[in-house]
Design a protein around this ligand. Structure first.
Ligand code: CTP
Length: 404
């Protein structure tokens, strides 16, 4: 994907050991399609070099407001006017204090102060020792920076370069990349609480065996990510899959369809949108054996009885909240053939305003898919694309429907 294609980012580095991560961040931003202009403070140059950052960004690095390469000798104006965003990573405690006071005695702080605030957002990725992070002065500065309009990204937690453990280290480059991508997505679901189910379910036969299906969970996880990027608070009820949790998403792991139903009913109480992307097992063994079922000498396999699982989507679509219009329900249909006919019938059977049809065998486990959106008025195709791109289009479509 080229999620940052066309974006020009000024990447500011200030003094801190996390500068070693800024090199990888720079590379990740470029790989995602952004052009990156690096600006370093004198302190940052103690931790990494302009040579490294120039090689990674493919642009000469700026370190001084007296840089004579600019014809008008106004690097602070020229660099900030071209940017789609200024990202300071790492942002030291000292630099935060500087920004807060509007100080401007070197190029990076001068550029931040001189930027057009309406069109050039400022993102900061703090990086410091846990005591510095927890200090009331830092926390006070953070709050003030936020109210001055800066976007303050989270800090990580764990082992610190100083040997201590706690909050304050800079996020990892891949986490910062996701946050920057999310920052640029339109906030069409701001204020919404989105509940998503994703992945397969696992119905135990005995302690070592069970019944599941080929769903990879990728579509549900992509939808959760897209909804979070669009500004929603997202809960993802996930069947057993090994996928990474999208940033900022609350994940609730479940195994069986019954567990998924219980979690969905619980979290739907606060939700405004429910998207059922999970491939829920239709049946479960009547009773799971407590112990492993052993072969006997008869040569006959054991007889398994099945009962039907409750339909999570239909249950929530019939809930008081959905019926009163407080919960907008979206279903999926995984079919192997006759997609339009099956999806149309399934939408009515499940009682949902929108159903997303796809061909299960063609998409399970893949990174791309094609969707058919079916509502009361008819069907619209969303052509084959990556699951994340489809998820963003679906989220935009749902946002339009919810807004009406
Ligand atoms: N679904 C659900 N609970 C179930 C079964 C399905 O919530 N017990 C949801 C799925 O998450 C999906 C939609 O219902 O959003 C349709 O799932 P699908 O497996 O395509 O259809 P089924 O209802 O199982 O019907 P069939 O197997 O007959 O196609």
């Amino acid at each position: 994907m080229n999620d940052l294609a066309g974006k020009h980012i000024v990447l500011g580095l200030t003094g801190g050991i996390a500068c070693y991560k800024a090199a990888e961040l720079c590379r990740a931003l470029v790989k995602e399609g952004a052009t990156v202009q690096v600006v370093m403070t004198e302190a940052a140059a103690q931790f990494t070099t302009a040579v490294t950052m120039q090689a990674l960004s493919n642009r000469a690095v700026y370190t001084s407001q007296w840089d004579a390469r600019e014809a008008n000798n106004m690097a602070h104006i020229n660099l900030s006017r071209e940017a789609d965003a200024i990202l300071i990573a790492p942002c030291s405690a000292d630099f935060m204090a500087k920004l807060l006071h509007g100080r401007a005695d070197e190029l990076l702080s001068l550029m931040c102060l001189a930027r057009p605030r309406e069109s050039v957002p400022l993102l900061i990725a703090p990086a410091m020792n846990r005591e510095m992070w927890a200090h009331p002065a830092t926390q006070r500065n953070l709050a003030q920076l936020r109210s001055d309009g800066a976007t303050v990204l989270d800090v990580g937690s764990g082992d610190q370069a100083c040997g201590e453990t706690g909050d304050g280290r800079m996020l990892e480059p891949h986490e910062l990349l996701q946050d920057v991508i999310a920052f640029f997505q339109p906030k069409v679901l701001a204020g919404q609480q989105v509940l998503v189910t994703g992945g397969p379910t696992y119905e135990a036969i005995d302690p070592v065996r069970g019944i599941t299906n080929l769903s990879s969970g990728k579509m549900g996880f992509a939808i959760a990510r897209a909804a979070q990027e669009a500004g929603a608070e997202v809960t993802l009820v996930a069947g057993p899959v090994a996928l990474a949790t999208p940033r900022g998403v609350r994940r609730v792991d479940v195994k069986s369809a019954s567990d998924m139903l219980a979690a969905s009913v619980e979290y739907a109480q606060a939700a405004t949108i429910f998207i059922a992307a999970a491939a829920v097992a239709d049946w479960r063994p009547t009773a799971a054996a407590d112990q492993k079922i052993k072969k006997d000498d008869s040569g006959r396999p054991p007889t398994l009885g099945f009962v039907e699982n409750a339909d999570i989507l239909a249950t929530l679509a019939q809930s008081v909240r959905a019926q009163s219009g407080a919960l907008f329900c979206v279903g999926f249909a995984a079919e192997s053939h006759d997609l339009l006919a099956h999806a149309t019938a399934k939408r009515i059977r499940k009682g949902v305003p929108l159903l997303v049809g796809n061909i299960g065998p063609a998409t399970f486990g893949q990174d791309d898919n094609a969707l058919l959106l079916v509502d009361a008025a008819g069907a619209t195709e969303i052509p084959r694309n990556s699951k994340l791109a489809l998820a963003r289009l679906l989220v935009a479509d749902i946002a339009r429907r919810v807004a009406h």
